[in-house]
Design a protein around this ligand. Structure first.
Ligand code: PEP
Ligand code: MN
Length: 364
């Protein structure tokens, strides 16, 4: 951070600012120009001075403005950690490497039959990780809020039967231990992106974490949330762009595809895309999934349901197993076009494979 003094600021004013900075344990570098003095702050953890401290310095007489030089976030920044982070979620599945990883499954775990049918279908199409909410953050308390611990057990069963890795959301600090016991990845949902106690508790659970972008979070706020996790010493962190709230009401959210290359530019963390929540409409999921891959996403998380018109949550945005199977080869093609690969060493299941393009008319 540098502090620009006003034209003709008095020496006592300059000294007062320097003393206040030194009181915080930082050194200063003063460059006295003909008309203006600039004070640079020297220190490795200057991030702690951003925000309130910078604002307080601007209250000092003779100060024109403070200017941040380095980023507010540090542990998640590429400046601090130039090489890409690759997250090992077990079972040979790496997120952030050359291969794209697809996570798929129902919004909510509803019952054993629904989960197993979906799990086998997404596996046959090439997904490596099964998603499914057991603890559901619903905007309305009158909607299905998940099976809770029963849902975790069903996920563990599906994991055992299919060999897929599992991801599920954890909503509360008191559930972290139970979720960590059953799930390979802890998902922190958009509504909890700034639940700082939850971020720390998940960080300490020593499991890979998926941090979704908050409903109205800026990229900077998202990376500052990531700092809470990284500061616990857990570097196994994946980011997930899932759409943000804008003035547009046609879609549930506006899928911010630009966030994908931006994150790659400013952070070393892998980023995957969730076009299901990003759009809210099943027929937009495949186009936005492909666009996200083209933009460099390290993976996708997609809601798939065997019977979307009977889903207990997010039916309108869920792909059928058939449409998911049609999407996967397209994901591979687009990935190849941008120098990435998708591991398709899965056993094909004829019930779900088709070379026809995805139809965007009719029921999902
Ligand atoms: C979900 O993945 O089902 C979910 C609730 O997502 P988000 O937190 O992005 O809304
Ligand atoms: Mn959902």
């Amino acid at each position: 951070m540098i502090i620009m003094m006003k034209y003709g600021a008095a020496q006592e004013e300059i000294t007062a600012v320097i003393e206040r900075i030194e009181e915080e344990g930082f050194k200063t570098h003063v460059s006295a120009g003909e008309q203006r003095t600039i004070i640079g702050i020297v220190g490795s953890d200057v991030q702690r001075l951003y925000g309130d401290f910078a604002g307080m310095i601007e209250r000092f007489p003779g100060v024109e403005q403070t200017i941040p030089i380095s980023k507010k976030y540090k542990l998640s920044s590429r400046e601090f950690h130039p090489q890409n982070t690759v997250v090992d979620v077990g079972g040979g599945v790496l997120v952030g490497g050359e291969e794209l990883v697809v996570m798929a499954g129902p919004c909510s775990v509803e019952n054993e039959a629904q989960l197993l049918e979906t799990a086998f279908a997404v596996k046959a199409a090439g997904a490596k990780i099964l998603r499914g909410g057991a603890f559901k953050p619903r905007t309305s308390p009158y909607q299905f809020r998940g099976l809770g611990r029963e849902g975790l057990k069903l996920l563990a069963k599906a994991r055992e039967e299919t060999g897929l890795r599992v991801i599920t959301e954890v909503m509360a600090v008191e559930d972290v231990e139970a979720v960590a016991q059953y799930s390979d990845i802890l998902q922190i949902g958009a509504r909890n992106m700034q639940n700082f106690q939850l971020l720390e508790a998940c960080g300490l659970a020593n499991k890979p974490i998926l941090l979704k972008r908050g409903l109205s979070a800026t990229i900077e706020e998202w990376l500052l949330a990531a700092e809470y996790i990284l500061a616990t010493g857990n570097g196994q962190l994946i980011l997930c762009e899932r759409g943000i709230r804008t003035f547009e009401t046609y879609t549930r959210n506006t899928m911010d595809i630009s966030a994908i290359p931006i994150i790659h530019k400013i952070s070393h963390l892998p980023i995957i895309a969730d076009p299901s929540h990003g759009t809210g409409k099943w027929y937009l999921v495949s186009p936005l999934a492909l666009a996200s891959v083209a933009a460099g996403a390290d993976g996708l998380i997609i809601e798939v349901h065997p019977n979307p018109d009977h889903a207990l949550s997010d039916g309108p945005q869920s792909l059928t197993c058939e449409n998911f199977a049609k999407l996967m080869p397209q994901v591979s093609w687009v990935a190849a076009a941008v120098g990435r690969a998708v591991d398709d060493s899965h056993e094909a299941d004829d019930r779900f494979s088709s070379s026809k393009p995805i139809s965007t008319v009719g029921l999902g």
